[in-house]
Design a binder for this molecule. Structure first.
Ligand code: SAH
Ligand code: SF4
Ligand code: F3S
Length: 463
């Protein structure tokens, strides 16, 4: 017989007249942020109250990331600081989940170092969180359970959205690309797409709730539905899905992340171009500008292909902003390879570049490679990269001075009346306005550029 763990937990909490508190701490990418919304959603609908203080909360959970090496030390620091709060409140539950827990040996490390951690699970069994919460909170059980993979996508998990007006929507989980530096395919498993019906229904339901902007989430959104097609099941392609989503009434903006350049089709460019509610921003990680390094990274495209693609996108969709990720210091990267990357940045003119020093991840192909680059060289290249990035970003932002555009207000500082809003192309603008309308679209004139953001003024719109 199926037990309704949530109902049992709600009954337990009300029978015992308690008001337990919780805190969810999130590391890593949008995927983790979305998972955290599910975790918090379950906690709140079970009767927990969200508070800010990790030390005071009765239930604290860390949703971890392991994309780079130093993440582990950061996590251990946080948990170490909770030791006293646990010994002062023996009913406190300290839990850890997410990508880092999928790594070999991590559970044993946690057990040895932090015996007061009561609950650990991984990315593949998040769907069992209600059961784990019940068993640890009511039955005081210690639970350490991590699966290697799973085929289940559980729909209808309650979520507590961080923002009322925008949210992420999973379209696929996991990744099949195995870029040689990357741990994601090992900790998130093979690519699994959600059905387009479920995706569209979820978006319709959040729009009914007041959401006007969604971000479609997948490690490689462009390969959406491939897993269905391999099994001869009819499913939309990513451009088709995007087109359907753009027709949803009341949805004002659609973003998506992340696009792998190798799968970015002409059809996708057309769909973005023809639908104004699809944001004028594409995050298109290039990782390196050297063909030799791209090959070693297993990225499956060349420098020439990428430059050509970026040109095609910019020529087809006016006002589009391109952002990217770059890794410096990948094994075997020579000064010449690095200069190829600098050269590519100068040529493509990204609006924003996220820069990373290569981090060796156990289990990946690059971990075994010869010619790992010494730290001091990586640091030097990293600094030069930052200088290049700054120059190219300045070039892009100046183009808008004097123009007027619709922006989405994301936050307001009540003491200064300073509003921060986001443009369709993902840049930010600050302007002064004394009405509180977070989540609204307003027209703003851009007066001044400050590097990564504008200073502007409200032109018309909210009273
Ligand atoms: N699926 C996305 C990105 C996932 S990780 C994609 O393919 O683009 C986000 C970024 O972290 C990557 O784009 C890459 O630039 C960086 N990254 C991943 N593994 C890394 C590693 N081992 N060392 C340094 N940076 C890394
Ligand atoms: Fe990692 Fe590459 Fe997959 Fe992105 S596409 S998650 S970088 S393996
Ligand atoms: Fe980190 Fe996992 Fe995302 S390793 S970057 S949280 S998929």
């Amino acid at each position: 017989m199926d037990v309704n763990f949530q109902k049992e937990l709600i009954d337990y909490i009300s029978k015992n007249k308690i008001k337990p508190t919780c805190k969810v701490v999130t590391f890593g990418c949008q995927m983790n942020a979305k998972d955290s919304e599910k975790i918090l959603g379950i906690l709140i609908s079970s009767g927990f109250e969200e508070i800010d203080d990790e030390q005071k909360a009765d239930f604290v959970i860390y949703n971890t990331c392991t994309i780079r090496e130093n993440a582990n030390q950061k996590l251990y620091g946080h948990i170490g600081q909770l030791k006293n709060s646990y010994y002062n409140n023996k009913n406190k539950i300290i839990a850890i989940c997410g990508c880092m827990m999928q790594e070999e040996g991590e559970i044993d490390k946690i057990k040895n170092k932090f015996p007061f951690v009561k609950l650990v699970f991984g990315t593949h069994n998040l769907y069992k969180f209600e059961e784990y919460l019940y068993d640890s909170f009511v039955n005081k059980k210690k639970i350490f359970e991590v699966y290697n993979d799973n085929k289940i996508i559980k729909e209808d998990i309650p979520k507590k959205r961080k923002y009322s007006f925008k949210c992420g929507i999973n379209i696929s989980f996991g990744c099949n690309n195995f870029c040689s530096y990357c741990i994601v395919p090992f900790v998130r498993g093979r690519e699994k797409s959600r059905s387009s019906k479920d995706i569209i229904n979820e978006i319709k339901s959040v729009v009914k709730d007041g959401v006007i902007e969604v971000m479609l989430l997948g490690q490689n959104v462009n390969s959406y539905g491939n897993d269905f097609r391999i099994e001869n099941i009819n499913e939309l392609s990513f451009p088709e899905l995007l087109k359907e989503v753009s027709k949803i009434n009341g949805l004002k903006r659609i973003r998506f992340m992340t696009s792998h350049p190798k799968d970015f089709s002409d059809e996708l460019i057309e769909v973005i171009k023809n639908n104004k509610n699809i944001a004028r921003h594409i995050h298109l990680p290039v990782q390196s500008g050297s063909n030799k390094i791209l090959k070693l990274m297993n990225r499956n495209y060349s420098r020439e292909y990428y430059i050509e693609l970026s040109k095609k996108i910019k020529e087809s969709i006016s006002d589009i902003s391109l952002t990217t990720d770059i890794i410096v210091g990948f094994p075997g990267e020579t000064e010449e390879d690095f200069l190829d990357t600098i050269d590519l940045i100068n040529e493509v003119k990204f609006s924003q570049v996220f820069t990373f020093e290569y981090s060796k991840r156990k289990g990946t192909k690059a971990y075994e490679m010869d010619n790992q680059i010494p730290n001091d060289i990586v640091k030097k290249r990293f600094d030069k990269l930052l200088d290049t990035v700054e120059e190219s970003a300045n070039y892009n932002i100046i183009k808008k001075i004097g123009s007027i555009e619709e922006v989405l207000i994301e936050s307001i500082n009540n003491s200064t009346n300073n509003c921060t809003a986001r443009l369709s192309n993902n840049f930010l603008v600050h302007f002064n306005n004394n009405s509180n309308h977070i989540g609204e679209l307003v027209n703003v004139k851009f007066n001044e550029s400050k590097g990564f953001y504008y200073i502007g003024e409200l032109v018309n719109g909210i009273e």
